[in-house]
Design a protein around this ligand. Sequence first.
Ligand code: CA
Length: 221
Amino acid sequence: MRILVIEDEIGITSFLKQGLEEEGYEVELAYDGISGLEKALSRHYDLVLADWMLPGKTGIEVCRAFRKENQGTPIIFLTARDTVQDAVYGLQAGANDYIRKPFHFDELLERIRVQLRSQADSPVLTLGPVSLNIETHKVLNKEEEVSLTQKEFSLLEFLLRNKGKVCKRNRILDAVWGHDASYDSGVIDVYINALRKKLNFHREEDYIQTIRGVGYIANEK
Ligand code: CA
């Protein structure tokens, strides 16, 4: 599990890095809002811990910008602020939780565990800016609803359930079209292209990649 900590107070970052690493997390640090956002978007993290008051960009700005590109990774705010209104701003900006400074490490650890657990139990599957809710059958891209046919939905769901793993063509065909259906596997390419169009994944390297002769893989960047 990899956590990104964006915080400008060196004392807190080194304390968090040491504590979280002792708990088995891999920790990366950023010391301002701009490089923090860049880092957060450059690879996959399981959770982002961001301070509210940061040089460059505030934690709120980081959070808002990050959520446009990534719906899935939980964000916890560290904040010295304690009014209800501030907490509401944070949550509205897309944060999942917040914790007030000064905090006990154990409390932070518990909040982190809650977020990681609830993400594992969530009916929402995500890929970059896209989220798919298997209960409501709603698909959002950057918070805008995308209308998919049933087959497109099933195909996307299958790819997201197997995120990071190569999905072979015959497995996709079985899972989405049913093994006794007499479809040519070329149907997969047609549907993948339709999905890419609807989700605005214009380039090959965008989220759903083709593995020539084998199948497809959904990947965070
Ligand atoms: Ca700060």
